[in-house]
Design a protein around this ligand. Structure first.
Ligand code: GLU
Ligand code: ZN
Length: 468
């Protein structure tokens, strides 16, 4: 029996979940779901200063909204609990004690300033900056002197000399690092907290994680983490480092290009299916076309199709997937989705008819808000294009149209036919001015269903405005 595949997502709750993180979460989730494995959520909150309870709450909420459920993690529990690193201190202490007993770590008393000066000196000499090994061979008396001077040490891992570290990255293929290029690195900070390299690698192993898909920025951390796990005689996962997600200009994701956090996108009305389908195809090539649900995304996910080139997040593609996701909503789900921008207390039948009438023209609820104003309230004043159309048609046209609307209130085809015979206009010369007067815009959804939903007399009132 092959052991179950176990993946994880290990965010730090120091800010809002953005699309880059979500893609990492999604790929790990898809891999686990495809192979009947387990997906773990681990919270890397060792940075107590920057980690916030409200970020954590939002993170869990965002993942649930996206449908990325976890088999082990916060609020769910599991055999490797706790899943917040802030609660795993005793496990870190125990592992550090083992490294200590094996002579693999030592206290470093260098101050941040001393380390900075050393880095600069190495850079000036044209060498890659790494820890110079200052405290590697301190004897007991020297350590005691530092302690007596009130210095609080970090603990560093003693990187063995002359080793070649090789591993197969699931995305980047064969990797070779030389231990001589890696300085002794910190495993416990001066404040006693576990450092990232250490807690991250240890927890992956303790939690039985078998595959780690994570950002490319962690590729060079991997040899350090492999050394640590080797020293602890613990199994290491396989790693795949995902190409970065960049904006349309190739720059790192930022707010400049519009919302990139899940919370903001959700607030604007983007749907989970739109985000998931977009992210599925960013840095992961797939022959599968069209909007896929989560099980289909899982069946179609393949680590062999993960790309090495930076993946561009294109707002146009996002809008395209959103449009598909809107079309795929059930009538009830579409009505619920648009409810916040519709008048309160709207009759459910009217609401359903309205949603059916405008849905094809709606990407975000804000678009439906416009059509809601047109039908149930007051449309915005005509824009420039509409004004030109209104002017060209002229007051006589609208006088005839207003007169016809007294007979044919809310009946678009009868109204259009009557105006046609009264004015002799047809085609766009007939329809466009009517549309502009009724909606303030020269384009939009089919008018017949919209007119049927308008209050009595409203059609006449709008057409009359342009009759003088
Ligand atoms: N907390 C780390 C991060 O958010 C996890 C990195 C990893 O996935 O190993 O970057
Ligand atoms: Zn030192």
């Amino acid at each position: 029996m092959t052991p179950a595949l176990v993946t994880r997502f290990a965010p730090s709750p120091t800010g809002e979940l953005h699309l880059g993180n979500v893609r990492t979460a999604l790929f790990n989730w898809l891999l686990a779901r495809r192979d009947g494995g387990r997906f773990i959520l681990r919270i890397e909150d060792t940075d107590l200063e920057r980690s916030r309870a409200e970020h954590l709450a939002q993170l869990l909420e965002d993942l649930r909204w996206l449908g990325l459920d976890w088999d082990e993690g916060p609020e769910v529990g599991g055999p490797a609990a706790p899943y917040e690193q802030s609660g795993r201190g005793p496990l870190y202490t125990a592992a550090l004690a083992r490294l200590e007993a094996a002579g693999r770590i030592y206290p470093c008393y260098c101050s941040p300033l001393e380390l900075e000066l050393s880095r600069k000196a190495q850079a000036a000499a044209g060498r890659p900056p790494r820890y110079a090994g200052t405290c590697r061979e301190l004897d007991a008396a020297q350590r005691a002197a530092h302690q007596a001077a009130g210095r609080r040490p970090t603990l560093r891992f003693r990187v063995p000399a002359g080793r070649e570290l090789v591993f197969e990255d699931l995305v980047h293929g064969h990797q070779l690092f030389r231990s001589d290029d890696i300085g002794d690195f910190v495993v416990r900070r001066a404040d006693g907290g576990a450092a990232f390299f250490f807690s991250n690698a240890l927890d992956d192993s303790l939690m039985g994680v078998s595959v780690v898909l994570r950002g490319e920025d962690h590729l060079s951390n991997t040899p350090r983490q492999l050394l640590l796990l080797e020293a602890l005689e613990l199994p290491a996962p396989r790693y795949g480092h995902l190409a970065l997600l960049v904006d349309a200009h190739g720059a790192p994701l930022s707010k400049r290009e519009g919302a990139v956090s899940v919370r903001e996108l959700r607030a604007q009305g983007y749907l989970p299916a739109a985000l998931l389908n977009l992210l599925f195809r960013l840095g992961h090539s797939s022959p599968l076309q069209g909007l896929l649900d989560r099980p289909a995304l899982a069946r179609g996910f393949d680590t062999a199709h993960l790309g090495r080139a930076a993946a561009r997040l294109d707002p146009v593609q996002l809008a395209g997937w959103q449009k598909e996701a809107v079309q795929a909503l059930s009538p009830q789900a579409a009505a619920d989705w648009l409810a916040p921008v519709l008048p309160a207390g709207l009759d459910p039948t009217v609401r359903a008819a309205f949603v059916a009438a405008v849905r094809a023209n709606v990407v975000l609820p804000a678009d439906a808000a416009l059509w809601s104003a047109v039908v149930f309230g007051e449309p915005p004043p005509p824009d420039a294009a509409a004004r030109a159309v209104l002017q060209e048609a002229g007051p006589e046209f609208f006088a005839a149209a207003a007169a016809a609307s007294l007979q044919h209130d809310r009946d678009w085809s009868a109204l259009a036919a009557a105006v046609k015979s009264a004015t002799g206009r047809k085609g766009p010369a007939l329809f466009k001015p009517l549309r502009c007067a009724l909606t303030g815009l020269d384009h939009g959804p089919e008018l017949a269903p919209l007119l049927r939903l308008m209050p009595e007399g409203r059609v006449h009132e709008r057409l009359s405005r342009h009759a003088r």
